[in-house]
Write a new protein. Structure first.
Length: 374
């Protein structure tokens, strides 16, 4: 009989060192290089936080201006990448498109040497929104969009390309907050994937491609899409309560709730919930936001489970007219900063990651001759 695993999911085990973030330790529960995520979300633009995570310090005004100018100049896509994107069908999942896009970029703009790692990370940060939107607009609207917009921010660039018009200030502001909240989260599954890949001294594009694959799953980044699919089915708060009670009775997993590390709340939830409420008022919503709030109440009352960062992101993105299937790719546009910084950190003090397994198979036995086997 199989022995029970002592540390299923590696929960609670220290698997390496990082100076990038703390989860469930200090401040509101999440800090990036010592700064509380709440303060960063209140006071900074996403590019400032990306700079902090990737370069190690908050930028001065001049450094921020220079960094944004640099990223703006890196939004264009090579022709060969556009051709690949044009061949991916409309029905594909955009996370698969990003995975392919990142991998193809690695063929065209190879990281020849680790001394190029910072440039490679900046290039990805600048052009991932272009990859998503170029494919989306070509496959859905038959348009070959210009990805070299002059929008000030990464979030604004994304919304502009997606909707074909300049983004509203409110929406650009929400994108800053959202991208800040998603930027970094210690040794989560996708980051750990990136670090394992980095520990073999592989290239940055391989590390990030692998991380995208990990983030895609509904237990990780895919939860914001799954949460949207759920709340969209509810016609009112009462309907949500009734249906959720049924789901809980059937022991179904409710996406957007619970967390592997946080025990009582996810510090990112309050922040994005506040913005979702503002957006609900802005669009005159009377269903989705009250439904979401009721889901939160029911889950806490019944299971003591709280919303994680993904739950109110679903309604917030929906209020900004973002199609559900682009929710997780937005997560990538942001978490890329954390992944790349972790890759750099792993490389700076590397030993190949190679844990052991608890063996649960047959005892040692001889190989029978072929005509003696059952
Ligand atoms: N819905 C229903 N039950 C849930 C739940 C959810 N969203 N999250 C946790 N639980 C249950 C678990 O099944 C477990 O029950 P059991 O003891 O009867 O098996 C119990 O609560 C404790 O689970 P916990 O140990 O806290 O979770 P985990 O560390 O194994 O998993 C998640 C963490 C995030 C994967 C899990 O909460 C989950 O699947 N959430 C939904 C997906 C999601 O939103 N992911 C995004 C994470 S940011």
């Amino acid at each position: 009989m199989a022995k029970e695993l002592s540390g299923a999911g590696l929960r609670g085990q220290v698997a390496g060192k990082t100076a990038l973030s703390t989860v469930g330790v200090s401040g509101s529960g999440l800090t990036y290089r010592g700064y509380d995520v709440k303060d960063l979300a209140n006071q900074c633009e996403f590019e400032e936080v990306a700079y902090l995570i990737l370069k190690g310090k908050l930028p001065t005004k001049t450094e921020l201006f220079g960094y944004k100018q640099k990223l703006k100049g890196m939004r264009g896509l090579p022709q060969a990448l556009k051709e690949v994107l044009e061949r991916i069908p409309k029905e594909a999942h955009p996370m698969d498109v990003l995975r392919t896009g990142c991998s193809m970029l690695g063929n065209l703009e190879m990281e020849n040497d680790f001394s190029e790692q910072s440039e490679v990370a900046d290039r990805m940060l600048a052009c991932f929104p272009s990859i998503i939107c170029y494919w989306y607009r070509f496959s859905h609207d038959g348009l070959r969009i210009d990805t070299e917009t002059c929008d000030d921010s990464i979030g604004g660039h994304f919304l502009h390309m997606l909707h074909g018009e300049l983004p509203r200030k409110l929406h650009e502001q929400v994108m800053h907050v959202s991208l800040i909240l998603y930027a970094e989260h210690e040794f989560n599954a996708s980051t750990f994937t990136a670090r394992v890949c980095a520990s073999t001294l592989s290239d940055m594009h391989s590390c990030i491609t692998g991380a995208i694959g990990s983030l895609r799953g509904p237990l990780h980044g895919g939860a914001n899409e799954a949460a949207m699919a759920m709340i969209q089915q509810f016609t009112s708060a009462d309907d949500a309560e009734e249906k959720m009670m049924g789901m809980l009775a059937r022991k179904e997993k409710i996406m957007g709730f619970g967390h592997a590390i946080y025990r009582e709340s996810d510090p990112r939830n309050d922040i994005i919930k506040g913005w979702s409420e503002k957006l609900a008022a802005d669009v005159g919503d009377t269903v989705l936001y009250p439904v979401s709030v009721r889901c939160e109440e029911v889950m806490w009352r019944e299971k003591k489970l709280f919303c994680n960062a993904d739950f109110f992101h679903a309604s917030a993105y929906n209020f900004m007219g973002i199609p559900t299937k682009l929710f997780t790719p937005i997560f990538v546009m942001s978490r890329l900063t954390g992944w790349a910084a972790h890759v750099m950190e792993q490389r700076a003090d590397n030993r190949i990651i190679r844990p052991s397994a608890e063996y649960t198979g047959e005892d040692y036995r001889p190989v029978p001759a072929i005509d003696e086997r059952d």
